[in-house]
Structure formats: C-alpha cells, structure tokens
Design a binder for this molecule. Structure first.
Ligand SMILES: Nc1ncnc2c1ncn2[C@@H]1O[C@H](COP(=O)(O)OP(=O)(O)O)[C@@H](O)[C@H]1O
Ligand SMILES: [Mg+2]
Length: 516
C-alpha cells in the first residue's frame, strides 16, 4: 500500500517507485499537460500550510513535474496559521492553498480560512483542506460554515488523487481568474461608458441651457425692438401732432377774444341802429343770431378743452417714448406712470361688456429717481397691462355680478434699512395692486420664467414679467416681488434705489410671497 504519498517517506522508496504503480492508471490523461522542462518564470503559486515538515516535502515531490496551461507550480511553505497569514498577504496571487486544520491550535486552519476570505477579501484562491484527523473536523460542517473549495483527508490523497485535486482546483482558479479579469475589464468599459454618457448628458444640458438663453435673448431682442419701434412711432406721431395742435391751441385764445369783440360790435350796432334794413332783419332771423351769440363762446370753450386734451396726450406720448432719454437721467416716476395710464386709457374705459376700471392713485412724495425712463415705462406698461388682463378675466366669470374692477397704484419713498433688506440707502417703492383673478401657487412660482404664460396663444408671450424683472434687477439694481392668491387679487411691488451709484453690488433679488 504505497499509494499514499506520505507513506513513501517512511519507506525510503525511490521517486520512480513511488509513481511507478500509478503511471498506467486512467488518471494518466490528466498528465497530458506535463512537460519535462518548463521555465519556472510563469507559475502557479501553491501555498502549503502544514505543521508537519514531511507533508511539505511529500507534496513538493509528488507535484514536482506538474504543469497546467504551460505553467509549473511554485511552492510556498508555511508551518503555522500565523506564518500562513503573512505569506498569503504577501502573495495575493496564490492559486491554491493546501491547508492543514490542526496546527498551533485545533482550529488554526479554519481561522486562517476566515482571515483569507473575510479580512483579505480573497475569494479567488482555492482552499483545499487536508486533514490528518478527519473525525475531528466533520467535512459537511466545514464546507457549510467555511468558504473552502475542497476537503480531503491526508489518507485518501494518493499521488494521482492529489494531481486530480490540484488540476481541478487550478482549472477552476484559472477560469475564475479569467472571469474576474473579464469582469474587471467590463467594469472599466462600463465606467468609461457611463463617464462618456455623463459627459454627453452634461453637454446636452449645457446645450439646452444655451439654447434657452439664446431663445430668451432673441425674444428679448424682438421685444426691445418692438418697444423701441413703438417708442419711435409714438414719438413721431407726437411730434407730428404737436405742431398743428399748437396752431389751434395757440390761436384759440385770440379767436375767443376776436369773437367776443365781434359779438360786442353786433350788440353795439343793434343798440345804435334799432331799425335795420329788411334784408338784415331777415338774415338775423335766418341764422338765429341770439343763439349764435349765446353758443359761440361755449363752442370755443369746448374747442379749447379739446385742444388742451390733445396737448396733454401729446405730452404723455412724448413722455412715454422718452427716446431722448436712453441714458440714465433723474426722472419723475409719477409722470412715467401717468403717461403709461394715458396710453392704456382705451382699455380702462367702460365697454359694453364691462364697467370702467377705476384707477386709484395713492401717490406719495417722491424725489427724482435716476433711471432709464423708457425702460421703466416698459415695466409700468407690463404690470398695468397684466392687471387689466386679470381684471377682465375676473369680469368674465359668471359669478361676478356687481364686480368693481380696481387698480391701486401706490408710490412711496423708502429708506434702505435692515428690514427691507434691499441693500440701498434710499429709494422708491411702487405697488400696483388689482382686485382681479389672482393666481395659484403654481403660477406664482413660475411667474418670472421666460415664456411662462397662462394666456391664450396670440395674447400672451410670457415675456412681460421676465423682462420687467430684468430691467428692475439688472439695469436698476432693484427688486420685483409679487403677492397673490387665487381669487383675491394681485400686488406687484417694485423697489429701486434713487441713485444707481449708491446701491451696494449685492446679488440681485427677486422673489414671490404669499398673501398673509
Ligand atoms: N396681475 C396679475 N394677476 C394674475 N396673474 C398675473 C398677473 N400678472 C401676471 N400674471 C400671470 O403671470 C403670467 C406671466 O405674465 P407675463 O410675463 O406678463 O406674460 P403674459 O402677460 O404674456 O402672459 C401671466 O400669463 C399670468 O398668468
Ligand atoms: Mg404680460
């Protein structure tokens, strides 16, 4: 019974003898890989852990000529669990551990298994338990509780059995290793893919962002262009009307005076020549002279009132367009609001479908404010037009019998203090409030988004508030806030500093708040 590889050591038999009885067995196939001279450069590391020196020597001799995938074996020897721990730590590429269980302690081997699998997290190395006392370490328990790959008793390990065991273990190690490499490569590819995907995504986001900005800039440009051409048109009309109206207005007082004198003259004639010729008497009757004398001054007065109104309109148009004021100038804010109201007069008047919108002016005493007058008028225009829209919407609701549409415009001088937090020393606040439809929380949160509108196509552009905010916040270092609740009206509050130089360059603010 010289089959057991450990027994030959005591029998002092030669190596040839040792393998002689096995060379012709069926296991011969597994030696196909065996070659006599393979450079030991590339080899499989086998860690033998056993406190019996003979076991190391016997394993070495038994597997001396072993080769797999053109690689020989490279044996590393440890004689205790402790020594094995250090060696496996230093050789993480070890393929197989042939492990004794009972060494310095009863479970030194099993503790080592735990160390390899859990502490070193080495799941790849094949661990083959070789125990001399199989009864002491029941196979089933060990396999279940410890992550080992094979369990052999030393007595059953003949040379050929050892060959098969090592070959099977190496095959599975090699396969696992290749799989791991592949997994690793795939992971790398996946990471690279994810990275490039992320980059693409970021690029797409950036592109979307710049597209949006471009679109916004374009609309803004168009809007500015519109406002500027509207301004030019208004200024042109105002200029053209101004001259002829001045002829009328300027001559009306003279006409009034001359008419008075002529009437005086007729009266004098009547007094001094009470009996005129029949032709004159007939003509006086025909033209109803007493009526003319009574009506002519009234007629002239109403012409005067009309001409004055035209003059005011012209003045408002010129104020509104403010073409002469492209740069910063001290401006009377009330004038700006009034001329905007004048432009919107046609929308404020009573119509068959709704009553007139009452405009309540609650003007405070304001200093002249340094600003871009034309742009500020654009803001007033947007806020007032929105208020009128909201009032018309409320009006169109069925349950609004007796509804009195109102716009309240309040102006006040403000001192920049810690409570308003706007960061300027002194400025003005204009509040434009309407008792119209108000808005929902969702609408309120998106109010200043470019292109956001709840109005039908063709009516709303969704740019009014976004542009207004830009004019106030960026051009005037001010603020625009909105307070609103659905069905309870809306307030827009704008604040700007008196002088653009005094505002500290803090981040511009623009926020919405809820009605208390
Ligand atoms: N005074 C207001 N009352 C109710 N909703 C308002 C008021 N002002 C603005 N809104 C809401 O804000 C949206 C955006 O306004 P705006 O930017 O001026 O664009 P547009 O008037 O073209 O819709 C409006 O569609 C409307 O829903
Ligand atoms: Mg609008």
């Amino acid at each position: 019974m010289s089959e057991n590889i450990y027994s030959f050591l005591t029998e002092e038999s030669s190596e040839e003898e040792l393998f002689a009885d096995e060379i012709n067995t069926d296991d011969a196939l597994i030696f196909a890989d065996e070659v006599s001279e393979i450079p030991a450069l590339l080899s499989w590391k086998i860690l033998i852990v056993d406190d019996e020196v003979q076991v190391h020597a016997a394993t070495n001799i038994a597997l001396r000529k072993f080769a797999f995938e053109e690689k020989t074996l490279n044996f590393i020897s440890a004689y205790s669990g402790k020594e094995a721990k250090q060696l496996i730590k230093d050789n993480p590429d070890t393929a197989i551990i042939l492990l004794d269980v009972i060494m310095e302690t009863d479970d030194a081997g099993l503790e080592f298994v735990k160390y390899v699998r859990e502490e070193l997290d080495n799941k790849l190395v094949r661990i083959i338990l070789r125990t001399g006392q199989p009864g002491q370490v029941p196979e089933k328990d060990v396999i279940i509780n410890y992550d080992i790959n094979d369990y052999k008793s030393k007595t059953e390990l003949t040379t050929s059995k050892l060959y098969t065991t090592i070959l099977t273990a190496l095959r599975s190690f090699s396969l696992s290793q290749k799989l791991q490499v592949e997994i690793e490569q795939r992971k790398q590819v996946e990471i690279a893919l994810r990275y490039s995907e992320e980059k693409e995504q970021q690029k797409a986001i950036a592109l979307e962002h710049s597209l949006r900005e471009l679109k916004q800039a374009q609309v803004q440009l168009v809007q500015n262009e519109k406002m500027s051409s509207l301004g030019q048109l208004v200024a042109g009309i105002a200029h053209e009307i101004n001259n002829p109206v001045n002829f009328i207005y300027g001559n009306l007082s003279h006409a009034h005076e001359y008419v008075q004198q002529l009437i005086e003259l007729v009266t004098l004639y009547q007094m001094n020549y009470p009996l005129p010729a029949t032709e004159i008497v007939n003509y006086i009757e025909d033209i109803e002279l007493p009526f003319i004398i009574c009506d002519l001054p009234k007629l002239l007065s109403s012409m005067q009132v009309g001409a004055e109104r035209i003059c005011n309109i012209v003045l408002s148009l010129r104020n509104f367009s403010r073409l002469d004021e492209m740069e910063i100038k001290p401006v009377d804010i009330h004038q700006g609001i009034d001329s905007t109201l004048m432009i919107l007069q046609h929308r404020l008047k009573a119509k068959p479908e709704h009553p007139a919108i009452e405009v309540i002016k609650d003007y405070g005493v304001l200093p002249l404010v340094e600003c871009y007058a034309g742009q500020l008028n654009q803001v007033f225009m947007n806020l007032l037009a929105n208020a009128i829209d909201a009032l018309e919407e409320q009006e169109s609701r069925k349950d609004c019998q007796g509804f009195k549409p109102q716009i309240r415009i309040r102006t006040e001088a403000i001192q920049g203090d810690s409570s308003n937090g706007n960061g300027f020393a002194s400025g003005i606040r204009v509040t434009i409030a309407d008792n119209g439809a108000g808005m929902t929380e969702t609408v309120r949160s998106r109010l200043f988004d470019p292109f956001f509108t709840t109005k039908p196509v063709g009516k709303g552009t969704g740019m009014g508030l976004s542009i207004s905010r830009q004019i106030l916040v960026e051009k005037h270092r001010g603020e625009l806030r909105c307070i609103s609740l659905a069905g309870q009206g809306t307030q827009f509050i704008m604040e700007i500093p008196n002088s653009l130089a005094t505002k500290s360059p803090t981040t511009p603010k623009c926020h919405t708040a809820t009605l208390a």
